[in-house]
Write a protein that binds this ligand. Structure first.
Ligand code: NAD
Ligand code: ZN
Length: 376
């Protein structure tokens, strides 16, 4: 089958790879109808990780069940399904507690599995014609048959639940004010989710004009950090106290001020943006400091967070991979009911063959490349 294969930094290719097959009785094979490119793929694409050449990318997958193993009883051939980016067993301590982003079975010691992701288990990705889905009864979310809402449902594998997770970690409640750093697809989903949860004012910080326009389009207040100091701009609009809550949807690849090279820049800005005793949800990715790492950011890791200021303000912080299964059923039902349309972030629908060009443009945050979905 055809698949998007990692070659070297800044290069992917569409190549023939072995067809996946049922390996365990609990597996299913899914024919992919839509698979999205994610900001998380860019960490590997830009060569900041140990992703090996030959890895098939793609963790935001949906499609039609093509075949099931003998131990699969709920999911049936022909079902239309969405797969959380987390590969999870459903029976370990963390899965039983709803923390499927930290499954202890699929990735012992580390916790947390994902398709097409270095260090998150031996699971090839779904930017391909077919995907093997382990523990299929647990990991397939059933969708209504047909083609309606395809791009809305495509957001259920990762970014809609992840944005919602950010707002949930920050415990966003009706009437509150929220600052979201990052207007990438994940930040836009965090802003959208905060509004769904009833926030009164949501600020979205970025400097990419087309992304800030999308934030404004769904009712958030855009803040261009290229033109203004975001902390001051947001404080000015929240009685000088700062917002009740904050979300970091940028992570360790943040653009940092000239001469500075500290990856915790956004975390520190949030510490100053959120009012004393507020809460911060961190969904942007951070990695442990690695003394032998390839970049200054990788070597320093997260060590430069202003913990003293965080303590002084009595702030609380939630972090980590999103537990997609904790939210995807409810968010699916909001889509079906017409109360959520997360596909507003989707700017391009392309065949698999155009993935190499789409990766390059998404990586440059070009206009019109806020979220790319591929149609194998
Ligand atoms: P993206 O790269 O498209 O978006 C990041 C945005 O942040 C860009 O628009 C960029 O202009 C902006 N930015 C850069 N520096 C900034 C700064 N100093 N202040 C404000 N904005 C700044 O990626 P995405 O797809 O939106 O993903 C965002 C992050 O979320 C990535 O780190 C990704 O790995 C992570 N992620 C986490 C989870 C999870 O489960 N926790 C899931 C999916 C993605
Ligand atoms: Zn993703």
């Amino acid at each position: 089958m055809k698949a998007v294969v990692y070659k070297e930094p800044f290069t992917v290719a569409v190549e023939d790879v072995d067809d996946p097959r049922i390996e365990a009785p609990t597996d299913a094979l899914v024919r992919i109808t839509t698979t999205a490119i994610c900001g998380s793929d860019l960490h590997m694409y830009e060569g900041r990780t140990a992703a090996p050449a030959g890895l098939v990318f793609g963790h935001e997958n949906m499609g039609i069940v093509e075949e099931v193993g003998a131990g699969v009883s709920r999911v049936r051939v022909g079902d239309r399904v969405s797969m959380p980016f987390n590969v999870a067993c459903g029976f370990c301590k963390n899965c039983l507690a709803g923390r499927t982003g930290f499954c202890l079975t699929v990735n012992p010691g580390f916790g947390g599995g994902a398709y097409g992701y270095v260090s998150m288990g031996p699971y090839p990705g779904g930017q391909a014609e077919y995907l093997r889905v382990p523990y299929a009864d647990f990991n397939c979310l059933s969708l209504p048959p047909g083609e309606e809402h395809e791009d809305d449902f495509a957001m259920l594998a990762d970014i809609f639940p992840t944005g919602y997770h950010g707002a949930t970690l920050a415990e966003v409640s009706p009437g509150e004010t929220v600052a979201v750093y990052g207007a990438g697809p994940v930040g836009l989903m965090a802003a959208y989710s905060s509004l769904l949860k009833g926030a009164s004012k949501v600020f979205v910080v970025d400097r990419v004009a087309s992304r800030l326009r999308l934030a404004e389009q769904v009712g958030a207040i855009p803040i261009d950090f290229g033109a203004t100091d975001p902390v001051e701009a947001i404080k000015d609009q929240t009685d000088g106290d700062g917002t009740d809550k904050g979300v970091d949807a940028v992570g360790y690849q943040a653009t940092v001020p000239e001469g500075d090279e500290q990856p915790a820049v956004v975390l520190n800005q949030l510490v100053h943006t959120v009012r004393a005793t507020g809460m911060i949800g961190v969904i942007g990715l951070y990695v442990p400091g690695d003394p032998g790492g390839p970049t200054e950011n990788a070597r320093r890791g997260e060590l430069l967070m202003q913990f003293g200021k965080l303590f002084e303000k009595g702030l609380r912080v939630g972090t980590g991979q999103a537990n997609v299964k904790a939210y995807n059923r409810q968010l699916r039902d909001l889509i079906i009911a017409g109360r959520a349309t997360p596909s507003f972030v989707v700017s391009k629908q392309l065949p698999l063959s155009e993935a190499p060009d789409a990766y390059a443009r998404f990586d440059k945050r070009e206009d019109g490349y806020s979220k790319v979905v591929l149609k194998p």
